[in-house]
Design a protein around this ligand. Structure first.
Ligand code: SF4
Length: 717
């Protein structure tokens, strides 16, 4: 289908999980403008600079147009789709027969649409019989998912964006919202303008652009979030909503007893915050509607689940949940991280927030697919970090990577690159080539972009949006779900002969019927005309659900939310004489993930031309480091070279850099050569936010031999 002349339509931004709706204008098959949709709940006409420049990144010189196969000489040659599909199906079939179902894996992304995530789950879990499907959402959202499930009985936030306009105190913990989720942060600023008595509390070691706009900024010691949240809970115990607690929760007695044993002074000392600031924060939460936003600073930690649970504990303690303007609200980093969780892409999940470990759930899904009752495996699947460890040891033979760039984005990057070199088969499905990951591929498959296909996704507030195809794909690019479908058909799998994308969506949404993320009322036809609906939406007449738990009935077996007690264990890696500084990482406003898109936009590169290292003058001075000088940041895993930004916005003893730049555009600058793969023991999310490093001016740096990480060691203790 071609699109002659000027035309337009709506879509959803393919960057962060805010899920801004876009008004897209095109001339023929070329985008010419992108604006925000005025009546969209997520953005009300707003867009950040990344979203507004999206029209630059469709038909670029490095756009992948045809399937490519690696040649014996190490280059790539064009092949037909028929040959590519036949090769992949043949290799998967052979490895499956020789080494068993768990020798193959799919590593996807929160950028995959829901249709593709669902089909990958069906192919690998239903047909190939392995739970080795995971995604980069494991790296950003897994702790939030477990936090919600363990406390409220279901993944997914209780809240919505409209709660910002009703909140009286807005806490932002572990999130530089002003840069990472700028349009949602605009809602926070708007609330402050409309209601100046609204208190904004930002908990972050750095004085970020978000913290600059706070009424209270708490620059706590990195890694001390749990101590801070426990101190706050102890101070707020006299304000507990005991009526709510008695009627709607369990576990409070144990939580109260735990807090009673804690020494408030010791907890506050652990955070390195002035006591008055912690007390002021408690005061800002008393008797007010509290909305808490949190993101990677809470999640990317080996205590990620515990931090999430401690945030929910505070809301349960104060009865600040299940009402307008209040609740714990985790921000998602990717456009469809939520949809991937709903469709079962994470290793431990099945569609509809079901679990692979649950026999009843496996039987329900197998029956829906028309497969034998025992078709789905109960064996735990490999999660993101585990996949790359297993590839290096040879336990895992093949990996199919879609819509993500793990050779730049995984922690302990040298290990990941060794693993990709070791693999027997690496299939990479992407819009662009080269990326750091396509360079490791045996086969590269061209994927259609967000405006080149019909697709569905869910944003941070459970809003499910349909986006129609607005222009034709470049070259022979195909939607991700069509590529997966073709491989499944080539494998002889049943249940992949969908007559249309709509039929595929309808198979998925009916599988969510009766589940917490119920989308049964969102038929493809209804979603096409309604544009967006919030789950749960159980039937076609249902208007969707803005806020969950207004009836205080939680998704636990007894309907009560659960308090949890978690003692702080602290970061995995500690500073020492050799590596005395704490490295933390994060996003910049101008870029997104590994810059495969934003790196192509001149105005974004102008705003942020390269990686830098924020370092306090107290740390820079003794090392002879001047602002703008090139420095080496090193530790036991590797080193990077970046430019120093000497600033008092970072506390002494801590340094900060971004993870946006990979080897392709800034060799030896990727922060993930320094991050480590210690995992939260429950969520298996790695601790990106805390690594011990040393910094030296380039002229004085003496390289030490890096320690090669042991691929058999799972750093989750
Ligand atoms: Fe909105 Fe995020 Fe896209 Fe910016 S990057 S336009 S905030 S969805």
């Amino acid at each position: 289908m071609s699109h002659p002349g000027l035309h337009h339509g709506e879509s959803v931004c393919p960057y962060c999980g805010v899920g801004c709706r876009l008004w897209v204008e095109a001339e023929g098959e070329r985008l010419i403008r992108v604006k925000g949709v005025e009546d969209a709940a997520a953005n009300r006409g707003r867009l950040c600079h990344k979203g507004a420049t999206l029209w630059h990144v469709i038909d670029t010189p490095d756009r992948l147009r045809f399937p490519l196969q690696r040649t014996l000489g190490g280059g790539f040659r064009r092949i037909s789709w028929a040959k590519a599909i036949k090769l992949i199906a043949g290799r998967l079939r052979g490895l499956h027969a020789t080494h068993g179902p768990d020798s193959v894996a799919f590593f996807g992304s929160g950028q995959l649409d829901t249709e593709s995530a669902y089909l990958a789950c069906k192919l690998f879990k239903g047909v190939l019989g392995t739970n080795n499907t995971d995604s980069n959402s494991r790296l950003c959202m897994a702790s939030a998912a477990y936090g919600y499930s363990s406390s409220l009985g279901s993944d997914g936030p209780p809240t919505c964006y409209d709660d910002v306009a009703e909140a009286e105190t807005i806490v932002i913990l572990g999130s530089n919202m002003a840069e990472a989720h700028p349009v949602t942060f605009d809602l926070v600023r708007q609330r402050k303008r409309d209601a100046p008595l609204t208190r904004i509390v930002v908990v972050d070691p750095r004085r970020t652009p978000t913290a600059e706009r706070a009424d209270l900024h708490l620059p706590l010691r990195p890694g001390s979030d749990l101590a801070f949240l426990h101190a706050l809970a102890k101070l707020l115990l006299p304000d507990a909503d005991r009526g709510f607690i008695a009627a709607h929760t369990t576990g409070f007695e144990a939580f109260e007893a735990y807090l009673a044993q804690q020494d408030l002074n010791a907890l506050i000392a652990e955070t390195a915050l002035p006591e008055a600031l912690v007390r002021d924060t408690a005061q800002a939460l008393r008797g007010r509607k509290v909305l808490t936003f949190y993101c990677m600073g809470a999640n990317q930690s080996r205590e990620g689940v515990a931090k999430n649970l401690a945030i929910v504990n505070l809301h349960l303690l104060l009865g600040q949940i299940g009402m307008p303007g209040a609740g714990p609200f985790s921000l998602t980093g990717q456009p469809n991280a939520m949809g991937g969780r709903e469709s079962g892409l994470l290793a431990h999940q099945l569609p509809g927030y079901r679990l692979t470990a649950n026999e009843v759930h496996r039987a329900e899904v197998a029956a829906h697919w028309g497969y034998p009752a025992g078709a789905l495996s109960p064996r735990p699947g490999l999660t993101a970090v585990e996949m790359f460890r297993a590839l290096e040891t040879g336990k895992l033979k093949a990996i199919w990577i879609a819509a993500t760039n793990p050779a730049a984005s995984m922690p302990d990057l040298h290990q990941v690159q060794r693993a990709l070199r070791q693999a027997e088969l690496v299939v990479v499905q992407d819009c662009y080539h080269p990326t750091e990951t396509t360079q490791h591929a045996d086969l590269i498959l061209p994927a259609a972009q967000w405006v080149e296909k019909d697709w569905t996704g869910t944003n941070s507030e459970r809003m499910v949006s349909f986006s129609p195809r607005l222009i034709a794909p470049v070259g022979e690019a195909l939607p991700d779900y069509e590529i997966i479908r073709r491989v499944a058909v080539a494998l002889g799998a049943q249940g992949f002969d969908f007559p249309s994308r709509e039929a595929l969506w309808d198979e998925f949404r009916t599988l969510t019927s009766g589940r917490p993320c119920d989308m049964n009322g969102m038929s493809a036809a209804r979603l096409c005309s309604a544009r967006e609906l919030q789950w749960p939406c159980p039937h076609e007449e249902h208007p969707g659900t803005k806020r969950r738990y207004l009836d205080r009935a939680f998704h636990t077996p007894d309907g009560r939310a659960r308090f949890h007690v978690n003692k702080p264990v602290g970061p995995h890696e500690r500073t020492d004489a050799e590596y005395p500084l704490i490295l933390t990482t994060g996003r910049l406003a101008a870029h997104w993930h590994t810059r495969t898109r934003t790196g192509k936009v001149i105005s974004l590169n102008f705003k942020a031309p390269g990686p830098s290292l924020q370092i306090h003058p107290h740390d820079a001075g003794p090392r002879g480091i001047e602002d703008g000088a090139e420095v080496v940041v090193s530790n036991r895993r590797g080193f990077v070279r970046v430019v120093a930004e000497v600033t008092e916005t970072i506390p002494p003893g801590t340094v900060f850099t971004t993870f946006h730049w990979g080897d392709l555009h800034a060799p030896h600058s990727n922060a993930n050569y320094l991050t480590h793969a210690a995992l939260d023991p429950i969520s298996k999310q790695p601790e990106y936010k805390y690594a011990a490093v040393e910094v030296a001016a380039v002229r004085t740096w003496v390289p030490a031999a890096p320690v090669v990480s042991d691929p058999t060691e799972m750093l989750n203790a």
